[in-house]
Design a binder for this molecule. Sequence first.
Ligand SMILES: *[C@@H]1O[C@H](CO)[C@@H](O)[C@H](O)[C@H]1NC(C)=O
Length: 186
Amino acid sequence: MASPLCFISLILPLAVICACCPSRTAAIRFETKADAALVQSICKESQDPDFCNRTLAVDPRVAAASMDGLAMLSISLTIDQLQTTSDNIASILGQTSDPVGRQRLGVCRTDYKDALGQFRRASSSSDARAYWDVIDRVRDGTNKVIDCENIYKRDPISVSPITTDNHNVIKLSELTLIIVDKILPH
Ligand SMILES: *[C@@H]1O[C@H](CO)[C@@H](O)[C@H](O)[C@H]1NC(C)=O
């Protein structure tokens, strides 16, 4: 258990740093924009605020993130989801014998591979603060996932076994676009 003394010894050097370098602290305050209120405003703008609460808002990296950091974080959450879904597709494919089902999962597998490529490039562009490029990559990557969702709406219509995963990607993409929209000048 941490003693109060230990806590004070951690806080004290920080207080000294803050007292000695007021301009540096101002700079930190300026860059650390991702406070809880800002993240809540992002979540409220999204189509599923509860989903935003459960994904972006609860991420421990949010507290220290700048706006640019938030964009990177939402892209990295999307990449994690794409990888999870790709694993799901592989495992469902292993249990599927009907030819239409297999064919559709095969299309989704390719869609997700392409989407992963787009989102990895979106991540590099975000790192370079090339936000117009981020928008293009996110849109192209998300369209691949929408294609995977839509093939199940063709005859014979069936429910996609990965519809929840698809919608998670779409919702995470939306969060990235909301964040990027706040970064770009209007
Ligand atoms: C999201 O979390 C915030 C803060 O905890 C809360 O005020 C808000 O009601 C939540 N929204 C939803 C839709 O759960």
